[in-house]
Each structure stands twice: as structure tokens, then as C-alpha cells.
Ligand binder design. Structure first.
Ligand SMILES: NC(=O)c1ccc[n+]([C@@H]2O[C@H](COP(=O)([O-])OP(=O)(O)OC[C@H]3O[C@@H](n4cnc5c(N)ncnc54)[C@H](O)[C@@H]3O)[C@@H](O)[C@H]2O)c1
Length: 425
């Protein structure tokens, strides 16, 4: 481990060269964020502001971090999942002078130690994926909130919890719900999670998807993305849900819908994408076929109850990277990928750069809004705030432009027609 107090703790600084190549690869596929970097680097809007961030240390995150730094911010970073850090990327960021505490395979203590280090010098802004940093501020260092202008949250689970906190009057500063922006939730969660979850399953298991019974728990944004991709690869997709409208959408999209108790007995591959705990538990594991593969792509490692699985097992061993075999008392073997943590980040590289381009453009703009409002003397209430709709359209417009796609625009007459209440049949 390479450690320099107040500067970095990473696996091995010698990995920096390889990490830099990965970051350059991502940069070349993130034109919206790179355009924002170019535009705001001259202006230095973040000069004098420190951003503490807690988000998967991937090549795409590095592009975001270096964009903040190029625009004047002081940045301190940690990963938001013990298994998602890319050690090469972490080394490259440390070498570039970014304060970073992150390595692959942290235990829970090391995970929170890293978050704590990013708060050693009080931040003005916080950036979260799953709200662990903002919870650390609220639960352990509430006095820091006095200095904090605001924050942002990247994922569905984090936004749900922060909204609950705000409703109880417990949130100490405003937070932008980056997850809920259309150019994030409808793209990153659907197409990003869809592709990268399949990528993680294949890297960890190398199985053929065609012809398999592929069970997806949760048909929200992420689940729909995973189901679509699995269907495209020839799997027979089965969906489990708790929300009637989501179950109905899955049915009309051509998926089979049933309960997890029914699906457990016939599934070959299981993926949870719900944000809920205990979606697959002991009574489901015992019903599964010999050789069933089980994984999770929701934020926390609570969707699969692995304690109950371990209690039902006589033996466990790692059979290949990110793939653990459990032998049950009934003799059947179950294969759990990535220890039940986000399979796309632990076993693969997370979402492709092209989709993170839009998510992170939203992150950048959320923080720019916070700084701009602060400098204008505008105080935001300690609530979870949606990003403005115009921003979504602007990000999508730039993305289309960089893809060489042109679209039509409404004429003045058409614009007027849309709201003309005197017109009828
Ligand atoms: N893997 C990734 O990289 C990645 C990316 C984005 C979001 N996420 C995480 O994925 C999870 C889902 O996010 P989303 O945006 O799809 O949320 P969503 O709210 O759009 O969808 C979640 C769905 O799960 C269903 N559900 C809840 N409990 C269930 C249960 N017990 N059984 C079956 N279905 C159940 C809900 O009814 C809902 O339809 C969250 O934890 C989110 O933070 C992961």
C-alpha cells in the first residue's frame, strides 16, 4: 500500500501509468464532460472550494474528478464500494496530485477510514453515490455542515434515503438529486446498468446466456435495462416485482412475471436490481437448481441474504475471480458473484464511458449551480432538489451534437399551437 498523510492511500503508485491510459480512453468517450471542462477551465468557478467525493473510483469518475480540479476545485475522494475501486485509476489520480483514499478489496473499517480522511479538511461541497459520505457528516461530524454549501447524490437508493431524511427535518444542507435527472436515470440506470451487469456476469462466469432462464428482480430503471439486454442475448427473461404497474409493464414488454418463490425453482441466473433487502433469501436458495448463478446490481449488498445462504451451506470456496460456490446441505451448488455486491462494478468496469458522460455532466452542473447560488447570496433550503429540466435538454442536445445527430425544432406556429386552447377539431 502507498500512503502519504493528507495526500493519498492507494494500492501501488507504480500502477499510475496504466491508470492514465484508462483515463485517456474514457476522456475520448466523454465529449460532454470534456466540453464542460474546456468551457469552465478558463473561468475557474470552483477556485477556493473543496469538494469531498465518495463515488466508485473508475476511469469515468477520474474524468469527473480531474474536470473539477481543472476548473479550480480542491478535491478529496474515496470509493463508495469496497470492491469497485480500480487500483490503476486510483494510482493515476494520486500521481496527478488528487487527494485520494481508495483501493480494491477494502474492509468496512478501511472504507470508513477513507471517507473520514476526505473530511479532515472541511469541504464546501459533498458528492455521494449511496449517501455514505453525507451520512458520515450528519452522524459523526454534524458541525462540518456549517461550512457545507450543498451536495449531490448519484443513485436511487441514496436519493430515497436523503428524501426521507429531509422529510424528517434531519437533512442539514441542500442536495441535488442527480439520479433523478432524465439524462441520468433514464440512461445510466437503464442502458449503463443493462450492459455492464451482463458484462459482470459474463466475466465472472463465462456462461452462455442464450436459452437460460434469466430472473430479474425489480423492473425499475436498472431491472428493465438488464432484462432488455438479457432478452437480446437469447435468454428467457423472468421478472419478479412488488409494484403492480412495474409488473404490468414487464408483462407487456414480453417478460414472464411471477413471484420469487416460483422463479427460484426454474431460474438459471438471478439478478437483483431493487434497492430492497432480502429479495433472495434462504427459502429461495434451497429451491434453486444445482448450478444456479446469483448476483446483485442494486446499490447495497443486502438484496441477497448471504448469511442465510451460508447457514444452509456445508462448504464454500472461490471457484474463479468474483465467483463463490456454496454447497448446500441438500447437495446442490449455488454460485454467488462478487460477494453479492454490485456485480457490474466489482466483476466488470461499471458503466461504459459514453453513458457516464451524461451522468457526470449532471454532477458537474449540480455543483456549479450550488457555487453560483452561494455566490449570488441565494440560500437553498436543506431539501433534496431536482436539477432544472432545461439542463437535461441542454445535456441531451450536446450529447446528440457530439454523436452527429440532428433533430427538428418546433416553428413559432407549432409552439403557439401546443398551448392554443381556442383550437379544436
Ligand atoms: N449497478 C449499478 O451501477 C447501478 C446504477 C444505478 C442504480 N443502481 C441501484 O440499483 C437499484 C435500483 O435502482 P433503479 O433506479 O432501478 O430504481 P427504481 O426505483 O427505478 O426500480 C426499483 C424497482 O424494484 C422494485 N422492487 C422493490 N422491492 C422489490 C422486491 N422485493 N422484489 C421485486 N421487486 C422489487 C420496485 O417496485 C421498483 O420497480 C438501487 O439500489 C440503485 O441505487 C445501481
Amino acid at each position: 500500500m502507498d500512503y502519504k498523510e493528507g495526500a493519498y492511500k492507494v494500492r501501488d503508485l507504480r500502477l499510475a501509468g496504466a491508470g492514465r491510459k484508462r483515463i485517456e480512453w474514457a476522456e475520448s468517450r466523454m465529449p460532454v464532460l470534456m466540453r464542460l471542462r474546456e468551457q469552465y477551465a478558463k473561468e475557474q468557478p470552483f477556485k477556493g472550494y473543496k469538494i469531498a467525493g465518495c463515488l466508485h473510483v473508475t476511469k469515468e469518475t477520474a474524468v469527473l474528478v480531474e474536470t473539477f480540479a481543472a476548473c479550480g476545485a480542491e478535491v478529496a475522494w474515496s470509493g463508495c464500494n469496497p470492491l469497485s475501486t480500480n487500483d490503476e485509476v486510483a494510482a493515476a489520480l494520486a500521481e496527478a496530485g488528487i487527494e485520494i483514499y481508495a483501493w480494491h478489496g477494502q474492509n468496512v473499517e478501511e472504507f470508513y477510514w477513507s471517507i473520514e480522511r476526505t473530511l479532515d479538511r472541511p469541504p464546501h461541497l459533498t458528492l455521494d453515490d449511496g449517501a455514505d459520505l453525507i451520512f458520515t457528516v450528519h452522524h459523526r461530524h454534524p458541525h462540518l455542515a456549517e461550512h457545507i454549501i450543498g451536495g449531490s447524490e448519484e443513485t436511487t437508493t441514496g436519493v430515497h434515503r436523503l428524501r426521507a431524511m429531509a422529510e424528517d427535518g434531519k437533512l442539514l444542507y441542500p442536495v441535488y438529486a442527480v439520479n433523478d435527472a432524465e439524462t441520468k436515470w433514464d440512461f445510466d440506470n437503464v442502458y449503463g446498468t443493462g450492459q455492464s451487469t451482463i458484462d459482470g456476469i459474463l466475466r465472472a462466469s463465462s456462461v452462455l446466456l442464450a436459452g437460460k432462464n434469466f430472473v430479474v428482480a425489480g423492473y425499475g430503471h436498472c431491472g428493465r435495462g438488464v432484462a432488455m439486454r438479457a432478452k437480446g442475448m437469447g435468454a428467457n427473461v423472468i421478472v419478479t416485482e412488488v409494484k403492480p404497474t412495474a409488473a404490468l409493464k414487464a408483462t407487456l414488454d414480453g417478460m414472464r412475471v411471477m413471484t420469487m418463490d416460483e422463479a427460484a425453482a426454474i431460474g438459471d441466473i438471478f439478478v437483483t436490481a431493487t434497492g430492497m433487502k432480502d429479495v433472495i433469501r434462504g427459502r429461495h436458495f434451497v429451491k434453486m437448481k444445482d448450478g444456479a448463478i446469483v448476483c446483485n446490481t442494486g446499490h447495497y449488498d443486502v438484496e441477497l441474504n448471504l448469511k442465510e445462504l451460508a447457514g444452509l451451506s456445508t462448504d464454500t470456496r472461490v471457484v474463479r475471480p468474483n465467483n463463490r460456490e456454496y454447497t448446500l446441505e441438500n447437495g446442490k451448488r449455488i454460485y454467488v458473484l462478487a460477494e453479492g455486491r454490485l456485480v457490474n462494478l466489482a466483476a466488470a468496469e461499471g458503466h461504459p464511458s459514453e453513458v457516464m458522460d451524461m451522468s457526470f455532466a449532471n454532477q458537474f452542473m449540480a455543483h456549479l449551480h450550488l457555487v453560483r447560488k452561494h455566490e449570488a447570496g441565494e440560500t437553498l433550503a436543506p431539501q433534496v432538489i431536482d436539477l432544472p429540466e432545461e439542463l437535461d435538454q441542454e445535456i441531451a442536445r450536446i450529447k446528440l451534437e457530439t454523436m452527429g445527430i440532428r433533430i427538428d425544432t418546433l416553428s413559432e406556429e407549432q409552439r403557439a399551437y401546443a398551448t392554443d386552447y381556442s383550437a379544436g377539431t
